[in-house]
Design a protein around this ligand. Sequence first.
Ligand code: ARG
Length: 473
Amino acid sequence: MRSGRFDRGLGEAMRELNASIGFDRRLYAEDIEGSLAWAEALEKKGILSAEEARAVREGLLAVRSEIEEGKLQLSADLEDIHMNVEARLTALAGPAGEKLHTGRSRNDQVATDLRLHVKRAALRIAAGIEGLIEALAVAAERDFDVVIPAYTHLQRAQPVLLAHHLLAYAEMLLRDRDRFAWAAGQADACPLGSGACAGNQFGIDRELLRDRLGFARITRNSMDAVSDRDFACDFLHASTMLLVHISRLSEDLILWSSSEFGLVTLDDSVTTGSSMLPQKKNPDACELGRGKCGRVLGRLVGLVTTLKGLPLTYNRDLQEDKEAVFDAIDTVALLLPVFREMLRTLRVSRERAAALLEGGHLEAIAVADYLTRLGVPFREAHRAAGKAVRRAEELGLALRELPLTEYRAIDPRFGDDIHRALSLEGALEDKDVVGGTAPRRVREEIARLKALLRGQRTEPGPKAGKSVRRETK
Ligand code: ARG
């Protein structure tokens, strides 16, 4: 690449700075896929003869095998994966290899590679998230009878089914799945044929390229196409939100598994010991899940900052996109199976759940509701219930144990059915609205989730590097 224009090679330090082969080797499969499509388009234009096109095709397939078998020494002197593949192709295919880059730039080439990679990763992750949602639904069903306090301000607020709490995370993850599917759609445009920045000068068939690479559409402006990394930001945003949700779930599990709560036990397979304190069983998987959120958010902020203020069109700053994306992909790939296993093996203590419900006067709202149902204005009923809480505290009793005479002394409209109105079952069953914790509503939601997962699974498509073409568009 330098032999024409330059007298001397790169300095040693610049060579280090310049080379991206250390990380963009991960794009080898997409790069070769893109080149196979490009060779076909060149042949269609008569730029490659049938004979040359065949040599290029066979050469590219051979390069791919060599890379997959670890036989090709990738070199930093050749900067990146694109130049490494081309150099090896030319060594194998001769002069035909030297024609391959006709009308193409690494600018539209790398944009194509990364879009393919991001699209596939996003679909794969969406499918992985569905597995996690399923694990939540299974856990919700397994411990369906467990009632816990729901917290606001980390103070005990109202009794809910543990299943209801778990399904809150299923809702978050459903949104994450949709965000990844959407991010895949954002990446799903073919920039090949945009050249360095102005378009292709040989009238290349961009529709053919789109079709061969399985993109849904083609980009509509060459200058935008080579400098746009919005799709990578969308992917990183989806990753960040997923990690935010994994982090919140982690925090709940960390609290719940502490001796203070004692509500759950995390399986040995997802907990670690202490090098010093023999008694410790630490929720490190959760802490890592929580900790990695900052890392992925950092990748998003990093790339957005790289893009901000870049003049059109391609600038080398854009090379920073890849490590951000790869790191997010790897982080998510590490976490999803661990959290699935954690949910599968989670053990819940019914005794501790019952104990957590004691002493917090969670029935206070039911006391107020009792009067409200008799037509008492809510604010007045709220005051009466507050007095009942105060009286119960004075006597060291739970609201359920406070005698009828005490209730009547506060408000004569309390009847002898007040204690029935304060049962745990009643407090759950009366939340009988869509989205409420009434057992029948929660069962409905579990069924809805399962049907949803059965009905519309994300098709992850072939794993990068394993197949040349996608079957679907
Ligand atoms: N390694 C480069 C990147 O990641 C490939 C594109 C290089 N283009 C260029 N004009 N130097 O962005």
